[in-house]
Design a protein around this ligand. Structure first.
Ligand code: MN
Length: 178
């Protein structure tokens, strides 16, 4: 199990991840917990996140930064690197594409300034290229949730072993480098 702590005057974030991590979310922001739980479920990552912050904006941003650092730590040359998903959720249809190859770049936008910022911060710190394209949708909750589901599925593929990249039956490799 791995642990990352990030503490500033504004926030305190602790993430545990990898084998034997207990999946739980306690950020004090119920929507953020809901999105993180969605990401964990769709990515297959064992992930525990505890956080406190002064402002919602700081909390959401600093969780994204710390989560990106966690993903950077479990990215290895054995990973298949790329992942993508086309994710429908009721009225929403969102395309997500991810490259964990060390090229930080973000293309949105998502129709939420806060969660668009989350994704940009995540991509920067995961050193990932992350694109979203909202193809359809009216409900912003559905669009943002579809983006988290799409990112989760893309992460599941990109973190998988290169040889298993095209197999839906392969298990996700979550070994953590020392
Ligand atoms: Mn929901």
């Amino acid at each position: 199990m791995n642990r990352i702590r990030r503490e500033t005057r504004e926030t305190r974030v602790e993430i545990t991840f990898g084998p034997e991590a207990d999946t739980h979310f306690a950020t004090g922001d119920r929507f953020l917990d809901h999105m993180l739980g969605t990401l964990a479920r769709f990515s297959g990552l064992a992930l525990g996140i505890e956080a406190q912050g002064d402002l919602r904006h700081h909390l959401v941003e600093d969780v994204a930064i710390t989560l990106g650092e966690a993903v950077a730590r479990i990215t290895s040359p054995a990973c298949s690197r790329f992942g993508w998903a086309l994710l429908p959720m009721d009225d929403a249809l969102v395309a997500a594409a991810l490259d964990l190859g060390g090229r930080p770049w973000y293309e949105g936008p998502l129709p939420s300034r806060l969660y668009d910022h989350f994704m940009r911060s995540f991509a920067d710190h995961a050193r990932a290229t992350l694109h979203f394209r909202v193809l359809r949708g009216r409900d912003r909750h559905h669009i943002v949730e579809a983006a988290f589901k799409g990112l989760g599925l893309a992460l599941r593929s990109a973190l998988g072993e290169a040889d298993d990249a095209l197999s839906t039956k392969g298990s996700v490799r979550l070994d953590v480098e020392a």
